[in-house]
Design a protein around this ligand. Structure first.
Ligand code: WQD
Length: 340
């Protein structure tokens, strides 16, 4: 049974990926510093798969602790690296926190991965690397544009660090998965998104409004050049996204990669506006959502949705769930954690 390290494995996407790895028979070791997650997620994972992952509470900036960890886990066959700070607004206020946390820890991780028997690395990247792309849908060849935030910049620089390290070390095989907008929760409603404080992202804000935790949703802008004036994004079910990580890892473990650094867009290929997401929520919850239009949010782009051809034909993965399915799982999760 191959052992896989998942950094940030108690986070939203990380925890769903751990479940899918265990479902595929991998032994999973999680490192998480619990700065944006809780140890209760470990119980959620275990209650789904009936296999408790090894968990080490570790700050990846603590070099001595990381060195000690790899001494006792030298048989790791692959690393899926989620651990990073990911709040766009916070990154604008505190860029050095983001450059230190997201880039230094990536560099340490790569150094240790290079010292393993097998050096297989999956990197959590983001469609933010494209900025506002010129054409839709967005392909992997779309030009990388100046990042809209330090958070987005750490994803761009992160990919460059990995690309250069792969070029200098043929033994390192890496895939960067460029996520579009992950939403939803595991169908068991035992794990899901746990935003701390006021949610920055649309879907958790919608479900918290639906649950009565928030007065009303502010729709940031109704004057964009889109059908209904609201921004368009590619909302992908988090379980579909998790499965993409397992398939990407297996591609490397089985030496199916074409080059030793590959990038894939991971989205549904379908663009949905903010109003369409609201209507999907109203359909699944059979209740109307309280929302009002507000000024545009600084840094938002008009439209982003994926060209999924490469992921479908080269990676051999495609999203199975619709926006409706994802919203249904998000609402069920919200009701579960609020005991509604
Ligand atoms: C989606 C749309 C908002 C909240 C960000 C990061 C990306 C990834 C996902 C980390 C936009 C609108 C939102 C609200 C709203 N994060 N909105 N009212 O900005 O596309 O992507 O989160 O990996 O890297 O950039 O996602 O959910 O914040 O916004 O109207 O209360 O919903 O304006 O059009 P975004 P989002």
């Amino acid at each position: 049974m191959k052992k896989i390290l998942v950094t940030g494995g108690l986070g939203f996407i990380g925890s769903h990926t751990v479940v899918e790895l265990q479902n595929e028979g991998f032994e999973v070791v999680i490192i998480d510093d619990l700065s944006n997650s809780s140890e209760s997620v470990l119980e959620g994972i275990t209650s789904i798969t009936h296999k408790k992952p090894i968990f080490e509470k570790l700050d990846l900036k603590n070099k001595a602790a990381v060195a000690h960890f790899f001494k006792s886990h030298s048989d790791i066959s692959g690393v899926i690296h989620f651990a990073a700070s990911k709040a766009v607004g916070e990154s604008v206020e505190n860029p050095l926190l983001y450059y230190e946390n997201n880039l230094n820890t990536l560099i340490y991780m790569l150094k240790y991965v290079l010292g393993l028997q097998e050096s297989n690395f999956i990197f959590s990247s983001s469609c933010t690397v494209y900025g506002q792309a010129d054409t839709m849908p967005i392909t992997e060849n779309a030009p990388v544009k100046p990042a809209e935030s330090p958070y987005g910049n750490t994803k761009q620089i992160g990919e460059e660090i990995i690309r250069d390290t792969c070029k200098a070390n043929q033994k390192l095989k890496a895939i960067a998965l460029r996520y579009f907008n992950p939403i939803g929760a595991h169908p068991s409603a035992k794990i899901g998104e746990l935003p701390i404080g006021v949610p920055q992202n649309l879907v958790p804000y919608i479900t918290q409004t639906g649950a009565g935790l928030r007065e009303s949703l502010s729709v940031f802008g109704d004057d964009y050049p889109t059908n209904d004036g609201t921004c368009i994004r590619d909302y992908i079910h988090v379980v579909d996204l998790a499965k993409a990580h397992v398939i990407a890892l297996q591609r490397l473990l089985n030496n199916k990669n074409d080059t030793n650094f590959e990038t894939f867009n991971v989205g549904t290929g379908v663009g949905s506006s903010v109003l369409e997401v609201i209507h999907a929520f109203e359909n699944v919850s059979s209740q109307s959502l309280n929302y009002k239009f507000a000024p545009r949010r600084e840094g938002d782009i008009t439209s982003a949705y994926a060209d999924t051809e490469k992921a479908n034909s080269v990676l051999g993965w495609e999203a199975k769930s619709s926006l409706h399915d994802a919203m249904d799982s998000a609402w069920k999760w919200e009701q579960k954690i609020r005991n509604l």
